[in-house]
Ligand binder design. Structure first.
Ligand code: CUA
Length: 315
């Protein structure tokens, strides 16, 4: 699976950008070869006559060459500009009476994801992962409150910045099911490179099932270990930053963890979401993602086991 490539489009927006690339690459290569070729020709050409380089005949040749060069440059730049603007219009042309709207907020250094719904109860909040139904246009609202980030899903579309105080939007459509990797594309601080977003494009019925599951409140742990882990979560510092619905934890500083065990990765795509990585992340996130705003937690082993059991139950 080619899961982070602008050369493997999975939707109309990315396909349009790839068409522009297929036009601009050969044109640029051709221009480069001609310019370098002409330069080499001039450098290597042995002067065979003793003609004065400032003679009227040579001046005329030079003037003609410069005029042709400027004309060709303007024509190529103009064609490229027009094609570029056409593609830009294509990217914004997507519209749909009732699109799926997802609000994505860039934070240092993770993505907050909210599925909008006119019924507040049906809104869904998660982090660093987006699920979309194949074939349906999706409107992504792009928001930031700290610094400028950039939303980039190379298989699905172009880049768009998240600018504090200026909300943006982007349309995407996935025509092929798959898991696609996205990346923050604007330097936003020390962990910019580890600010990854995963898009899971799936058939509509599977998407509906997923969304319905995400709308449910967190499952109350049934076994004693997980129940003890819930107390560790609610009683410790976790609850100050994280939300798990139907518990006392309602913090909004860090990612919502209501269904954390259902996600593919931890730390905004830094490590796969496994119980071992989860335990390591809780103990020492600074080793896994130096600079992350989550502090380390030196929990006793029994508390850590219980906490991991609780979080693993949040499917
Ligand atoms: Cu966010 Cu770079």
């Amino acid at each position: 699976m080619n899961w982070h490539s602008a050369l493997d489009p999975a939707g109309p927006q990315a396909a349009a950008i790839l068409r522009l690339w297929h036009f601009m690459l050969p044109v640029s290569v051709l221009v480069y070869v001609i310019v370098i070729g002409a330069l080499l020709l001039i450098i290597l050409r042995r002067r065979t006559t003793d003609e004065d380089p400032r003679s009227p005949a040579r001046e005329a040749v030079a003037r003609r060459s410069i005029t042709i060069g400027i004309a060709v440059t303007v024509v190529i730049a103009f064609i490229t500009l027009v094609y570029d603007l056409t593609i830009g219009r294509t990217l914004m042309a997507e519209s749909f009476p009732a699109p799926l709207t997802i609000r994505v907020t860039g934070h240092q250094w993770w993505w907050e994801v909210e599925y909008e719904d006119s019924i507040p109860h049906n809104r869904v909040r998660l982090a660093n992962e987006i699920h979309i139904p194949v074939g349906r246009p999706v409107r992504i609202e792009l928001v930031s409150h700290d610094v400028i980030h950039s939303f980039w899903m190379p298989n699905l579309g172009g880049k768009k910045d998240l600018i504090p105080g200026h909300d943006n939007e982007l349309w995407l459509r996935a025509d092929r099911a798959g898991v696609y990797r996205g990346q923050c594309a604007e330097f936003c601080g020390i962990e910019h490179a580890k600010m990854t977003l995963i898009v899971v494009a799936e058939p509509p019925d599977r998407f509906d099932t997923w969304l319905a599951r995400q709308r449910e409140p967190a499952g109350i742990p049934s076994d004693t270990l997980a129940a003890r882990g819930r107390l560790v979560f609610e009683g410790g510092s976790c609850a100050m930053c994280h939300t798990v619905t139907s518990t006392l934890a309602q913090g909004r500083v860090g990612p919502d963890l209501t269904h954390v065990a259902s996600r593919l990765a931890l730390g905004a795509g830094t490590v796969p979401n496994t119980p071992g990585n989860l335990a390591g992340w809780i103990l020492d996130p600074q080793t896994i993602k130096p600079g992350a705003l989550m502090p380390s937690h030196a929990l006793p082993p029994s508390d850590l086991r219980a906490l991991v059991a609780f979080l693993e139950a949040l499917r």
